[in-house]
Design a binder for this molecule. Structure first.
Ligand code: AMP
Length: 287
């Protein structure tokens, strides 16, 4: 695996590699890698000629300074894991490479997507996500971009970013299923910050989502949301939202609309977790 810490040599390397190896796949991450990240690397390897992973803890997408300060950094084991998965290139830039002097901060028109759910609870978060992904796409120019359904709203936002920046024809977005621990907890870098007691409570999140899916056909969405909030609160979570939404717009699901996804965000102590489950039977589900 070749490691680049600066942008220009990486772009030049990839221009040559594209001719030799074929399409380039890209997996942007913030490190503290787990099997969920590696599944994206493996998908990329299966579908492209050369796989690039980036590890960059992007300060502009953190609306909470404490969350940024405590974000896990495990770079040595990350590198080992990427080599083990057969990743070809790692981009590991410092902040000044991603946001050099003169970097222009744009405002991305994300419409209602930015106003709901994570957008409402994490003001500015998706502008920061767009800022970093826009810049990383400029550097890597991938043919295929791999992201996890775990961050459902982020995938919709990035689809919109590709349209807004006229890259939709050039970079294909692939949304891959959420990888879970054996007990159902969605894998996340933040899970390693859970105390053993909170880790035990955390399994309720995916169980509550499965409960929603099981009752979805027979129970109105608002009732399911309220029940889930009660269940999570009783399990010890501080709930930001449980929402049964249209899976294209993320607006509250109208009764009878089959294009449904259940999304949840809730904290155990200082650790905020998110998860989701697609509810329509025709769409791929996780868990
Ligand atoms: P992060 O490092 O958390 O920014 O995540 C980097 C990429 O990995 C994003 O596209 C995430 O959606 C994806 N990802 C995170 N957790 C999982 C998971 N449990 N299963 C699949 N993909 C994931």
């Amino acid at each position: 695996m070749v490691i680049f810490k600066t942008a220009r040599p990486l772009t030049a390397f990839l221009a040559d590699a594209r001719a030799a190896s074929g399409p380039i796949g890209f997996v942007p991450t913030m490190g503290a890698l787990h099997e969920g990240h590696l599944s994206l690397i493996r998908q990329s390897k299966a579908a492209t000629g050369l796989t690039v992973c980036s590890i960059f803890v992007n300060p502009t997408q953190f609306n909470n300074a404490d969350d940024l300060k405590h974000y896990p950094v495990t770079i040595e084991s990350d590198i080992e894991m990427l080599i083990g998965a057969g990743c070809d290139v790692l981009f590991l830039p410092p902040v000044a490479e991603v946001y050099p002097a003169g970097h222009e901060k744009l405002r991305y028109d994300l419409g209602a997507l930015e106003a709901v759910l994570e957008g409402a609870y994490r003001p500015g978060h998706f502008q920061g996500v767009c800022e970093v992904v826009d810049r990383l796409l400029e550097i890597v120019e991938p043919d295929h971009l791999f992201m996890g359904q775990k961050d459902f709203q982020q995938c919709l936002v990035i689809g919109r970013l590709l349209d807004l920046t006229n890259r939709a024809g050039r970079t294909a977005l692939h949304v891959e299923p959420t990888l879970r621990e054996k007990d159902g907890l969605a894998m996340s870098s933040r899970n390693r910050r859970l105390t053993p007691a909170d880790r035990a409570k955390a399994i309720r999140m995916s169980q509550v989502l499965v409960g929603i899916r099981d009752r979805f056909a027979s129970t109105p969405p608002r009732t399911l949301e309220q029940t889930a909030i009660t269940e999570l609160t009783e399990a010890g979570f501080k709930v930001d939202y449980v929402s049964i939404s249209n899976r294209h717009t993320l607006l509250p699901l109208e009764p009878g609309d089959p294009a449904a996804v259940a999304l949840v965000a809730a904290s155990l102590g200082p650790v905020r977790l998110i998860d989701n489950l697609v509810l329509d039977s025709s769409a791929p589900t996780a868990g």
